[in-house]
Design a protein around this ligand. Structure first.
Ligand code: EPZ
Length: 422
């Protein structure tokens, strides 16, 4: 397993272009199954999760090439609706393949994605939505078999604005007969990107980005070329790293409106942020101020995917901050690792009480999930001394060569891959 070795204490500085959004590209790649022909998707980063999705599409019979940051998919020869269990296990969000497979083949056979470090990752809202559209669902052990002669539009209400369930239902409804209205839908920018992509292929969807999405079923979709939005979580991670190392970084090709909640928090912590079109400039020379209370909630509120990164900044703040995680029940696992670096954090249920300390100290720490791993890298950049981050494959799921990204901003960070003992 690869490791990252970081010599901390150097302020980040320089300019970086932000990669395309993983959480927009994944549903868009799945939705490509809804049209037969050659679909080209630009601004797709090279990530483990993207590789898994492309392998699943190949297993289903598609041709898929990923050259530079462009993916060319030929979905003509897709011939099966069965997603192999081994691939499902590698990326639980592949559960949103059910919608496109059901639409295209009238059936879908997938596997319960199972939980992960951050939580149980239930899929009841996905299944309820597909059933509302007329799918019959059978669970045999950990296999889920969905069938539907012809999906029918329906009025669906989500009891929680689940991102994946919203995407699954959109992709199942787009070729259904009649109108579907989805209320209490997730409002994330990645949902808006999926709507734009589907409409570029001839779908009739309105309302993404609000809590009510309307989908008028159409007969068929036609292939298109589409460019994915910038990754707001990668951008936010770099912004926090710049602040935590008291550096000055310019981010290009961003979508600042997608980062409003983070910008608000960083400004409350005393970080200088200047927004100019698709450019965000982050500067910080003083010790951050504590932020009294941050609660993760569905978009446009503060995102759970930036909780662990901002916590690192607050471990160095002047005062006590409180962070409450309300989306995933297991998303505070980075606290133990940060404490080993000298952070002073007390956890009570899903709230972390963070008492700022003057500095963190390098240590050997372990990434437990994608964003916790990114947070430990930020901690290593800010800490005094050497930090070794293990289990780096978690980080590679969402960051395209994080060590190259940060080295270009002046960080002293290297990747070590163990020599296979053959
Ligand atoms: C998406 O996951 C993202 N992943 C996650 O990003 C992100 O943290 C999450 O949305 C919340 O913003 C992708 O887009 C690929 P949810 P998803 O369905 O769709 C519960 C990252 O770091 N729930 O909104 O799985 C669920 O248990 C990843 O890039 C149900 O109860 O998120 C969780 O507690 C991590 N029943 C909460 O809702 C369901 O049927 C949020 O889940 C579905 C979800």
């Amino acid at each position: 397993m690869d490791k990252l070795v970081i010599e901390g204490g150097k302020p980040l500085s320089g300019t970086i272009v932000i990669q395309g959004a993983k959480n927009a590209a994944l549903p868009i790649l799945a939705a490509s199954l809804l049209a037969e022909g050659t679909i080209t998707i630009d601004s797709v980063p090279h990530l483990l999760d993207i590789d898994v999705m492309l392998n699943i599409l190949r297993e289903l019979g598609c041709r898929a090439e990923h050259t530079g940051d462009t993916v060319v998919l030929d979905t003509t020869s897709a011939h099966t609706s069965h997603v192999p269990e081994t691939l499902m296990k590698q990326m639980r969000s592949s559960i949103f393949l059910m919608g496109p497979l059901l639409s295209r083949f009238g059936e879908a056979e997938v596997y319960l994605p199972g939980g992960c470090a951050i939580g149980e990752r239930k899929i009841d809202l996905h299944l309820q939505g597909l059933q509302a559209l007329g799918a019959e669902i059978e669970e045999i052990g950990n296999r889920i078999i969905c069938r539907a002669e012809k999906l029918q539009g329906a009025d669906i209400h989500l009891t929680f604005p689940s991102v994946g369930a919203t995407e699954n239902i959109m992709m199942a409804a787009v070729l259904a007969e009649g109108r579907t209205t989805l209320s209490n839908a997730a409002r994330e920018p990645e949902i808006q990107d999926l709507q734009r992509f589907l409409n570029a292929m001839g779908a009739k969807i309105m309302g993404a980005g609000t809590d009510t999405i309307t989908i008028e079923g159409v007969k068929q979709l036609t292939p298109c070329r589409y460019k994915v939005i910038p990754d707001r979580i990668v951008a936010g991670t770099i912004m926090v790293a710049a602040a935590a190392t008291r550096g000055g970084v310019t981010l290009q090709q961003t979508h600042p409106a997608h980062l409003s909640s983070l910008i608000h928090v960083l400004r409350r912590a005393g970080v200088q942020i200047v927004v100019d079109g698709d450019i965000i400039k982050v500067g910080s020379v003083a010790r951050p101020k504590a932020v009294e209370r941050i609660v993760t909630s569905p978009y446009p509120a503060f995102p759970t995917d930036l909780q662990s990164q901002v916590m690192v900044l607050l471990t160095l703040a002047d005062g006590v901050s409180i962070m409450k995680e309300t989306i995933f029940e297991g998303r505070l696992k980075h606290v133990d690792e940060l404490s080993r670096m000298g952070a002073d954090i007390r956890v009570d249920l899903n709230a972390a009480f963070i008492k700022g300390v003057p500095r963190l100290y390098g240590a050997t720490v372990e990434a437990t999930d994608l964003r916790a791993g990114a947070a430990l890298v930020i901690a290593g950049l800010a800490a005094q001394g050497r930090t070794v981050v293990e289990q780096v494959h978690h980080i590679d799921r969402g960051y395209d060569k994080i060590e190259s990204m940060l080295s270009r901003l002046g960080a002293n960070i290297s990747r070590y891959s163990p020599v296979p003992n053959n």
